[in-house]
Design a protein around this ligand. Structure first.
Ligand code: MTE
Ligand code: MO
Length: 200
C-alpha cells in the first residue's frame, strides 16, 4: 500500500488538524448561554415550522422522535475562539424536517425556548448541513447544552446552533437574530473568520 495520510487513521491530534483562523483546540465542552437555562418538559415540548403568518408543521416530542435519526460526528467552532473536534451527536436531519415543506422563502429565523433567535439562509439548513440534535456522546442532551433538543449547524460559528430549539420561521427577507442584532456577523463562517459585522 502507498502512504496513507495520517488524517485517515487513528485519532486526530492538533498536529493533524487545520483549525479555522484564530481558533484554539479544547477538549472540554464550555457552556455559553445568554440567559438562564430553560427546562422544558418533554410532554410540553413542541417544534413548529411557520411562515410568519401560519404554522406549517408541528411536532410534539413523540412524533419528532418517530422521525428517522442520524449519528453525527462534527467539529464545533465557537466565536469566542474555542474549537472542539469530532463531537458525537444523534439527531434528525433538517432535510427530513423540511422535506414536506413547500416554500419560496430564502431565510430562516431559528427560535428557541427562552426567546433566543438566530438567522441563516434556508439553504444552510439543507443538504446534510444541519440537524436537530437530542443526544450528545450517547447520552440525552444536557439542559445546559440545549436539551431536550438543539439545532446543530456546525459549518457556522456555534452561536447559530440554537439551544432549546422550538421552531423555525421561514422568511422572504433576512432579519437579524439575537447576536446578529448585537453585532455578530450575519452569516458567521468560521473559515472566513466572520466573527463580527463590519468585517467581510
Ligand atoms: N438558545 C440559545 N442558544 C444558544 C445560545 C444561547 O445563549 N441561547 N448561545 C449560543 C452560543 S454563543 C454558543 S457558543 C453555543 C454554546 O453551546 P454550548 O453551551 O453547548 O457550548 O450555543 C449557542 N446557542
Ligand atoms: Mo458563542
Amino acid at each position: 500500500m502507498g502512504i496513507i495520510s495520517r488524517g485517515f487513521s487513528g485519532r486526530r491530534t492538533s498536529a493533524d488538524v487545520k483549525l479555522p483562523p484564530g481558533q484554539y483546540l479544547t477538549t472540554d465542552f464550555p457552556v455559553l448561554s445568554a440567559g438562564p437555562t430553560p427546562h422544558i418538559a418533554l410532554e410540553k415540548w413542541e417544534f413548529t415550522i411557520d411562515d410568519g403568518a401560519r404554522v406549517l408543521r408541528r411536532w410534539d416530542w413523540k412524533s419528532f422522535r418517530e422521525l428517522p435519526t442520524e449519528n453525527i460526528s462534527v467539529d464545533l467552532h465557537c466565536v469566542t475562539r474555542w474549537s472542539k473536534l469530532g463531537t458525537h451527536w444523534e439527531g434528525v436531519s433538517l432535510d427530513t424536517i423540511l422535506a414536506e415543506i413547500e416554500t419560496d422563502a430564502e431565510y430562516a429565523m431559528v427560535r428557541s425556548y427562552g426567546d433566543y433567535t438566530t438567522n441563516l439562509p434556508l439553504d444552510d439548513l439543507r443538504n446534510k448541513q444541519a440537524w436537530i440534535a437530542f443526544r450528545f456522546d450517547d447520552e440525552d442532551l444536557a439542559a445546559e447544552h440545549g436539551g431536550p433538543a438543539r439545532l446543530l449547524v456546525p459549518h457556522l460559528y456555534l452561536w447559530k446552533s440554537a439551544k432549546w430549539v422550538r421552531g423555525i420561521t421561514l422568511m422572504n427577507d433576512d432579519q437579524p437574530g439575537f447576536w446578529e442584532r448585537l453585532g455578530y456577523h450575519n452569516y458567521g463562517d468560521p473559515w472566513r473568520e466572520q466573527r463580527y459585522s463590519g468585517g467581510e
